[in-house]
Design a protein around this ligand. Structure first.
Ligand code: GLN
Length: 278
């Protein structure tokens, strides 16, 4: 089968996807280990039997609903190609807003100590580390398998300013104090019907779900962070789009100052920020 026909064949089967053509192209590129431009330059090139059978396997898994990021084992975030596995959350574009907000608070020319809680693929820490080489980052995850993915991602970008630790929130071996604490914790309610739809079905529940209101982990983080922030240090957390008011209130109840909420690309509340001033 020729490349162009193989793409059409896959596209026709992805009836449920609203990005059928793109899905087909991305999957075939992962089989052929090529860039998308190659598909347009050589549309009549024939797939080997091995490549065709690998492509068909991926098509089948995609039809079953497996996320593209799992099938190609990577996802782009902050222009970085990050390894993704079934043990990690798939980095989302809105989390880049969290990174941008953090970078606005991290000086370029001065050392800055940062703690990231629940790093998953390492996306946030790696994005920050690659933009601020004087930052000293500690990134944690409760799941060893996720931490291994993050470590391998940091290695592939030759970043040596991130220190990884297997830990449950603030329950760390050598916890210190930090200029900035950042987290994209699980924040979905346990009975949210979205958990039974689309890509999230294949992502680890431990990275998504946080109790009845989706707030269990955010509460721990907001309450705990003030004990580990330097004077004037910042806490930045991603949260659910209906949690903006509650997060602001939680920050207020915990005596943070300069509290604000940032919106995501859909104009929904997504990020809570507070400063710890002694
Ligand atoms: N933003 C993700 C979603 O809605 C959830 C990520 C998270 O819980 N931190 O699917």
């Amino acid at each position: 089968m020729q490349i162009a026909n193989a793409i059409k064949y896959a596209q026709q089967q992805f009836v449920k996807s609203d990005s059928a053509r793109l899905d087909a192209e991305v999957l075939i590129c992962s089989v052929l280990k090529c860039e998308r431009i190659h598909l347009y330059t050589y549309p009549e090139k024939r797939l080997s039997n091995t490549d065709l059978s690998s492509f068909k396997k991926l098509i089948k898994l995609r039809i079953e609903g497996h996320p593209i990021a799992h099938l190609i084992q990577k996802r782009e975030f902050w222009s970085l190609d990050l390894k993704v596995t079934i043990d990690t959350l798939i980095p989302r574009p809105e989390t880049e807003i969290l990174v941008e907000a953090a970078l606005d608070l991290i000086p370029k020319e001065l050392p800055h100590s940062i703690l990231e809680l629940g790093t998953g693929t390492g996306a946030i820490s790696i994005a920050i580390a690659s933009s601020r080489n004087l930052a000293r980052i500690t990134a944690t995850d409760i799941k060893k398998a996720a931490l291994d993915v993050a470590i391998s991602n940091a290695k592939s970008y030759q970043l040596s300013n991130i220190n990884f630790e297997n830990a449950n929130w603030f329950d760390m071996k050598d916890i210190s104090t930090y200029d900035l604490i950042i987290s994209n914790p699980p924040y979905i309610c346990i009975d949210d019907p979205h958990l039974g739809q689309g890509d999230v079905r294949f992502e680890p529940e431990s990275a998504l779900v946080s109790g009845k209101e989706g707030l269990d982990d955010l509460r721990i983080i907001i309450t705990g962070a003030k004990n580990y922030l330097n004077n004037n240090g910042w806490l930045l957390v991603e949260h659910g789009h209906q949690q903006g008011k509650t997060i602001k209130q939680l920050l207020k109840n915990n005596n943070y100052s300069t509290i604000s909420t940032l919106k995501d690309y859909s104009n929904l509340d997504r990020i809570g920020i507070g400063q710890w001033v002694l």
